[in-house]
Design a protein around this ligand. Structure first.
Ligand code: AMP
Length: 222
């Protein structure tokens, strides 16, 4: 079982990805996490990647593609790839590599959310000072704070500074929502192949609650 998951920042892709991952007991291969590991270890690759990551740009394909494909080859079967591909060139190289390695795709999941909603969701996140896992968001009906306090425990709420950095959010979303050569284009590359190549392309409406989206996803998984 090998799958890809797409979704803009703020779409709840992480929550839906963990459902797929635990249902099929998959290795979660996240390109962003691999970069962070390199940066923490101070490797050469990490140093190069950091220059781009700090600017909110994509790390060049010459660095990213071999790194991710190596990880996939090592894994063999049984992965959920998250954060890759992010552009059409990466999508093509991934597809060629899968064919060469004889690896099949089972599902490609796209969590859909309008850009303005995704941005609001990010900017609306509030962090409970007592417990970061208490979900609060001033723009999400299901997890609206209780006044200006945590809806779960009544604790004080804070914002995370990068959630309020509008320019950074816009930059990430420019890349994601680019349907010509960006991340959406790479998702559509797989959408076009799905029927012919025998994998399932699942489109999820990400505007519901995490539970609603999860239920919709469950129904489409075998
Ligand atoms: P993420 O945790 O997925 O948001 O990734 C963090 C950062 O790593 C991104 O903002 C990019 O700079 C870089 N990155 C992650 N995945 C890719 C990719 N597939 N191609 C290029 N850069 C990437």
């Amino acid at each position: 079982m090998n799958s890809l998951i797409f979704g803009p920042n703020g779409s709840g892709k992480g929550a839906q990805g963990s459902l797929v991952k635990s249902k099929y007991n998959l290795a979660h291969i996240e390109s962003g996490a691999i970069f962070r590991e390199h940066i923490n270890k101070g490797t050469e690759l990490g140093k190069k990647a950091k220059e781009y990551i700090d600017k909110g740009e994509l790390v060049p394909d010459e660095i990213t593609v071999p790194m991710v494909l190596e990880t996939l080859k090592k894994q063999g079967e049984g992965w959920l790839l998250d954060g890759f591909p992010r552009n059409v060139a990466q999508a093509r190289m991934l597809w060629d590599a899968l064919k060469n390695e004889g690896l099949k795709l089972n599902y490609v999941i796209e969590v859909q959310l309008p850009r303005d909603t995704a941005k609001k969701r990010i900017m609306g996140r509030r962090l409970c000072v007592n417990e970061p896992n208490h979900p609060n968001n001033i723009y999400v009906e299901a997890i609206m704070p209780d006044g200006d306090k945590c809806r779960v425990c009544g604790g004080e709420l804070k914002t995370r500074s990068d959630d309020q950095d509008e320019a950074a959010i816009d930059k990430r979303h420019d890349i994601y929502y680019d349907a010509q050569t960006g991340t959406l284009a790479s998702a559509y590359f797989f959408k076009e192949l799905a029927d012919k190549e025998g994998f399932k392309y699942i489109e999820l409406d990400g505007s519901g609650s995490i539970e609603e989206v999860r239920e919709a996803l469950q129904k489409q998984l075998d």
